[in-house]
Design a protein. Structure first.
Length: 578
C-alpha cells in the first residue's frame, strides 16, 4: 500500500502549538550555529591581518561574544531536544491509545486468524520507531535544512566557484541514497514481520509453559525459538548490508568533497583569488553541509523503519470489524429475555463447512434450557450467535422479537451474562476481577455478589481477602474458585439472559457441586441457556435440546427423553451406563 501521508500528519494536529515552539528552538539553534564560522573568518581575516595593536582586545571581545552565543545555542538545543522528545512521546501515546481502542472493537473472526504476538509487536516496537520520526522528522528537516541552505548561501558569497565544486557531488549522492532507501524499506518490513513472529512464539510458549513442562518439551520450544530467532537475524543481516553500503558510500562522497575543496581552494589561493581566512571559513562550513548529510543518513534509516511501522499501523487501523452496531438501532432500554433462531444458517469465516443450515429454536423469557450433543454439533456456536460474536450467514437471531443486528451492539451484550468453561481472570485482585462485571460497583455490592456465588468464604480465607492477587490468568486459584469468581461477576452484571457454556466440565465433583449451586442461584428469574457436557448437571432443566450435526433431533425434559430411548438416552448411557 502507498504511504498514508495524510493519516501520518494528522497526529500533529493536537500539538501544533508545541510544534511551533520546537521549530522556533530549531531555527534559533541553527541561526546561532551559522554565525560562528563568520566570527572565526572575521577574527582570522580582519582582526589578525590588520593592525595588531588593539587586536588582543578585539579577540577578547569576540571571544566573549562567541561564549555568549554558545551558551544561548546550548539552551535552545536543550529545549529543542527535550520538548521535541516529549512531543514524539505524546504522539506515540495517542497512536497506542487509538490502536488499542480499535483492536478492542474488532470482531472474533479477526482474532481467529491473527496472532496475539503480532498485535503486541505492532503496539510496542512499531509505535516507538514512529514516535522517533514524529520528533526528529520535522525538527531534523528544519534544523539541518536551514543549516544546509544557510551554509550554501554563505559559501556562495565567499566564493561561488569553490561552492559549485561541492554542489556538483550532491546529485550523485541523492541518487545513491534514494536507491539504498528503497531497498531499506523492504528489509525493514521483513524485520518487523520476523519480530512479530518472535513475539508470537514467546507469547505462545510462555502462556503454555505448564503444558511445555508437563510434557518435558522445553527443548522443543527452545529449538522453535532459536529457529525463529535465526530467521530474524537473517532479515537483519539484509538490513545491515544496505545500511552499511549507504553509510560508507556517503562517507566516501564526503571525503571526496573535502579533498576537492582543499585542492581547488589551494589552487585559488595560489592564483590569489581566495585568501587563507576564506578557505578556513570554507572548511568550517563544510561541516555544516556534511553534518546534515550524516544526520539525514541516520534519519533515513529511522524514517524507513518508522514508515514501515506506520504502514502496518494504518493497515490495522483500516481493518473493519465484521460486527457493527446499526446506524439507527431499535430504541430499547430493557429485555424480557425471549430468544429465537429463525431458519438460521451459519458458516465460520475460516471454514467452508456450514455449522447450521436451517436452525429454528425458540426460548421463552425466564426459561431454563440445556443444549447437549457431541462435540461439533453446534452447541457453543449458538452461544456465540446470541451476543453477536459472529453474525448469521442467513436467517436471523432475535431477542424479544428484535433481530440482534438491528439492536445496538453494546446493548445486546449488556443483556447477556456468560460463564465459560475456560475462565479468564485478569492480573489484579479478586475484588477487581469481580468488579469487572460492574466497574462502578461498591464494595458492598462486590461482597454480596461473592456471597451469592458461594465465593465469600474462600476469599476471606486468603491472606489478603478480597485484595488477594489472582496472578496471571488466575493461576493462584483453583478451577472451582476461578469459576465462582466468574459467576460473581455475572451476579454484579445482573443481565436478563444467562449463557453457561460447559461451566463445570473441568471441575472435580466437590467443586462441581458448589459451582452448580451457585449457577442455579444465578439462573433464577433469568432466561438461561446451559451448554452441558456433564449431563448430570442439567437434569432439572425445563427443556433439554439435543443437537446432531447442526440440527435439533430431540427435545424435552430429562425424564421424557430417557423414556424415549433416543439420542439423549444414548448420550446419558455413555456417561452413566444405565
Amino acid at each position: 500500500m502507498n504511504f498514508p501521508i495524510k493519516h501520518f500528519v494528522s497526529y500533529y494536529r493536537p500539538y501544533l502549538k508545541q510544534l511551533c515552539f520546537v521549530l522556533t528552538y530549531a531555527f534559533m539553534s541553527t541561526a546561532l550555529a551559522l554565525i560562528f564560522p563568520l566570527l572565526v573568518r572575521h577574527v582570522t581575516g580582519d582582526v589578525l591581518s590588520g593592525d595588531l595593536t588593539n587586536a588582543q582586545d578585539q579577540v577578547i571581545q569576540f571571544g566573549l561574544m562567541m561564549i555568549g552565543l554558545a551558551v544561548l545555542q546550548q539552551i535552545f538545543t536543550f529545549l529543542l531536544d527535550f520538548k521535541g522528545h516529549m512531543l514524539g512521546a505524546r504522539m506515540e501515546r495517542d497512536l497506542r491509545n487509538d490502536l488499542f481502542e480499535h483492536i478492542q472493537r474488532l470482531s472474533f473472526s479477526y482474532f481467529d486468524k491473527v496472532k496475539t504476538g503480532e498485535l503486541m509487536s505492532r503496539i510496542g516496537n512499531d509505535l516507538y520507531s514512529i514516535s522517533e520520526v514524529y520528533h526528529h522528522g520535522i525538527e531534523d528537516l528544519i534544523l539541518f535544512g536551514l543549516r544546509f541552505i544557510g551554509a550554501v548561501t554563505v559559501l556562495l558569497v565567499i566564493n561561488a566557484r569553490l561552492t559549485l565544486v561541492i554542489v556538483a557531488f550532491l546529485p550523485f549522492m541523492a541518487v545513491f541514497t534514494y536507491f539504498c532507501n528503497k531497498q531499506m524499506n523492504k528489509t525493514f518490513m521483513d524485520n518487523k514481520k520476523e519480530m512479530a513472529e518472535i513475539h508470537t512464539q514467546v507469547e505462545d510458549s510462555l502462556s503454555g509453559v505448564r503444558e511445555v513442562q508437563s510434557f518435558t518439551n522445553e527443548t522443543l520450544e527452545i529449538d522453535k525459538f532459536r529457529r525463529q530467532n535465526e530467521r530474524f537475524l537473517n532479515s537483519r543481516k539484509e538490513t545491515y548490508k544496505v545500511e552499511t553500503a549507504l553509510y560508507n558510500g556517503v562517507e566516501g562522497f564526503i571525503r571526496f568533497i573535502t579533498i576537492a575543496v582543499v585542492l581547488y581552494g589551494a589552487t585559488l589561493i595560489i592564483g590569489e583569488t581566495l585568501n587563507l581566512a576564506d578557505l578556513l571559513a570554507f572548511m568550517l562550513y563544510i561541516d555544516f553541509l556534511v553534518a546534515p548529510i550524516r544526520r539525514m543518513l541516520v534519519f533515513s534509516a529511522m524514517m524507513q523503519d518508522a514508515f514501515t511501522g506506520f504502514q502496518r499501523f494504518s493497515e490495522l487501523m483500516h481493518t473493519q470489524s465484521d460486527i457493527k452496531s446499526p446506524n439507527k438501532p431499535a430504541d430499547l432500554t430493557s429485555l424480557e429475555g425471549s430468544i429465537s433462531f429463525r431458519q438460521v444458517g451459519f458458516t465460520y469465516p475460516h471454514s467452508d463447512q456450514p455449522v447450521f443450515e436451517k436452525l429454528t429454536l425458540k426460548i421463552n423469557p425466564g426459561e431454563y434450557v440445556a443444549l447437549v450433543g457431541a462435540s461439533g454439533a453446534g452447541k457453543s456456536t449458538i452461544s456465540k450467535l446470541i451476543p453477536r460474536f459472529y453474525d448469521v450467514t442467513h436467517g436471523s437471531v432475535t431477542l424479544d422479537g428484535h433481530d440482534v443486528r438491528h439492536l445496538s451492539l453494546p446493548f445486546v451484550r449488556e443483556q447477556i451474562g456468560i460463564v465459560q468453561q475456560d475462565v479468564y481472570l485478569f492480573s489484579g485482585s479478586i475484588k477487581d476481577n469481580i468488579r469487572y462485571g460492574k466497574p462502578d460497583a461498591t464494595e458492598e455490592e462486590v461482597i454480596e455478589a461473592a456471597r451469592k456465588a458461594n465465593a465469600h468464604d474462600f476469599i476471606l480465607a486468603l491472606p489478603n481477602g478480597y485484595d488477594s492477587e489472582v496472578g496471571q490468568r488466575g493461576v493462584r486459584l483453583s478451577g472451582g474458585q476461578k469459576q465462582r469468581i466468574s459467576i460473581a461477576r455475572v451476579f454484579l452484571k445482573n443481565p436478563p439472559i444467562l449463557i453457561l457454556d460447559e461451566a463445570t466440565s473441568s471441575l472435580d465433583n466437590e467443586s462441581e457441586y458448589i459451582v452448580k449451586a451457585s449457577m442455579e442461584t444465578l439462573a433464577k428469574g433469568r432466561t438461561t441457556l446451559v451448554i452441558a457436557h456433564r449431563l448430570s448437571t442439567i437434569k432439572n432443566a425445563e427443556r433439554i435440546i439435543v443437537l446432531e450435526n447442526g440440527s435439533i433431533v430431540e427435545e424435552g425434559t430429562h425424564d421424557v427423553l430417557i423414556k424415549n430411548t433416543g439420542p439423549y438416552y444414548n448420550l446419558y448411557n455413555q456417561q452413566f451406563k444405565l
